[in-house]
Design a protein around this ligand. Structure first.
Ligand code: NAP
Length: 460
């Protein structure tokens, strides 16, 4: 895939970038490894000062940075600004809390004394997706830099200007050269980097195919990996749900980020008693969205990120319809130069139909009717993914008991799956392993070193 900015609203190439040569990449890895030997000696305070500066700069430059996001991948401008603030919050959060999260843990062994100390492990490679170009990088880079690791970031080829802008923020914040390094290379060269002896761990957010490729390399070379992959979140509406709330959140959950969100609500599962009311209101709201220019603050649904993305989604819809799915609304590409997909609802889905199991990355909702709560749980779990899930009910204890039975990394009651710096993020099954954000996210690429002290007079 060429590394270039293509405006998804017009499909015109805005700017092209040269891929880095192997020699340049080698020099940058060497620099990162050298910097690690110094960075690991810095205090938490020194690291935090840099991250706080990055966060401050992000807030100051919010408007201009958001415009790059919208230009490169089509996110609505208000959401792009929100992403910059969220990214800044993540940098501040780890700057404020890392020392406490990584503090020595005293043990109480039978003999002598012992503690577990968190030590950095070295250069960590992050392979990142285009759909949240600043937030994704923040949740990988902030904890690792606080640990004392240095990071190499191979960002998605669709967002090179975002990638460059993030590195510039670190430079402007005074980060020593090599603490944060942008690698401008294509995805097919990323997996090969994992074998490099100087790289000690790898984290990938993206598709299952890319995750499998990275994990295979990591396994072969005995390196730790974290994978944040796709999802097909169920959105369960139980018979006692507040239907209007469920409809409002359902639409937001499906179309946030133009539907290109790993934790988007993708499979709407309504129990029979309220299914008619839900689908009538959901359909009406989804049909009336203002579709248009993502730079226009009045727009509610923008274009998909690339021509490839819309071609893939249209193909999924076509294959599903050919196999027996019904299109309740939408289903087609809109007649304009951008990558616009009509808001779509598919019904009558069975396990033989592609949309039943595949992740639909765009404004296409799947709708299912089930008899009761148990059928809703069974259907929600009939997925190779296990990222998030939403349950709508007015009985919170009931919601929690349903949550217990859901095979997903995150379950939200009366809200679509969401994210914030102090909540762990990650999935199970085909959605990957490991966690980002919160205290859990900082513990992934850490050597939890046992330090055991024996008394000189202890028996031999
Ligand atoms: P993708 O194609 O897998 O791209 C993600 C990153 O991986 C990009 O930097 C890409 O580089 C790189 N890459 C591609 N092929 C690779 C390979 N064989 N080896 C190593 N790296 C490779 O994913 P996408 O389609 O752009 O992103 C959407 C997917 O990401 C969806 O499935 C979505 O659900 C998932 N996602 C998950 C989370 C989460 O937290 N769980 C968050 C966001 C997105 P190039 O761009 O150069 O190809």
């Amino acid at each position: 895939m060429p590394i270039q900015t293509v405006n998804p609203f017009t499909n015109k190439v805005v700017k092209s970038f040269e891929e880095m040569t192997d020699k340049t990449v080698d020099t940058l890895i060497a620099k990162s490894a050298k910097t690690f030997t110094e960075w690991r000696e810095t205090s938490y305070k020194q690291r935090a000062d840099i991250l706080h500066k990055v966060a401050k700069l992000m807030r100051e430059k919010k408007e201009s940075l958001a415009k790059i996001i919208t230009l490169e991948m089509g996110k609505l401008i208000a959401q792009a600004e929100g992403e910059i603030v969220l990214g800044a919050d993540i940098f501040d959060y780890y700057a404020d809390n890392a020392a406490e999260f990584l503090a020595d843990k005293q043990l109480e062994p039978k003999l002598g004394s012992a503690l577990v100390r968190c030590s950095p492990i070295g250069v960590i490679l992050g392979v990142e997706p285009w759909n949240f170009p600043f937030y994704q990088v923040a949740r990988f880079a902030a904890p690792n830099i606080m640990v004392g690791n240095t990071v190499l970031v191979k960002h998605a080829s669709l967002v090179p200007q975002c990638a460059v802008a993030i590195e510039e923020l670190f430079n402007e914040a005074g980060a020593p050269n090599g603490v944060y390094t942008n690698l401008l290379i294509s995805g097919k060269r990323a997996s090969a980097l994992v074998s490099d002896k100087r790289i000690k761990g790898v984290s990938l957010t993206g598709s299952e195919a890319a995750g499998a490729s990275i994990a295979a390399e990591a396994g072969k070379h005995l390196k730790k990996s974290v994978l944040e992959l796709g999802g097909s979140d169920a959105f369960i509406i139980l018979d006692d749900a507040d239907i209007d709330k469920a409809v409002e959140w359902g639409v937001i959950g499906r179309i946030n980020n133009n539907g290109e969100c790993c934790i988007a609500s993708k499979r709407f599962i309504a129990v029979e008693a309220i299914a008619d009311e839900f689908i009538k209101k959901f359909k009406e709201k989804l049909s009336n969205l203002v579709v248009g220019d993502p730079m226009d603050s009045k727009t509610e649904l923008g274009p998909l990120s690339s021509e490839d993305a819309i071609v893939h989604l249209l193909d999924q819809v076509k294959r599903s319809v050919d196999a027996g799915a019904k299109v309740l609304i939408g289903g087609k590409r809109m007649d304009n130069p951008g990558n616009f997909m009509e808001p779509t609802i598919l019904t009558d889905l069975t396990p033989e139909i592609p949309a039943y199991y595949e992740e639909l990355f765009g404004p296409v909702a799947s709708f299912y009717r089930v008899k009761n709560e148990q059928e809703a749980i069974d259907l929600a779990n009939d997925s190779s993914f296990g990222l998030g899930c939403s349950i709508f009910t007015q009985d919170i204890e009931r919601g929690k008991s349903v949550a217990d039975k859901i095979d997903a990394g995150m379950v939200f009651i009366n809200h679509p799956t969401w994210t914030q710096s102090d909540l762990p993020f990650g999935g199970t099954k085909g959605s990957g392993y490991g966690r980002e954000l919160s205290e859990l996210g900082i513990q992934e690429f850490v050597n939890k070193k046992l330090i055991r002290v024996s008394g000189l007079s202890d028996p031999l």
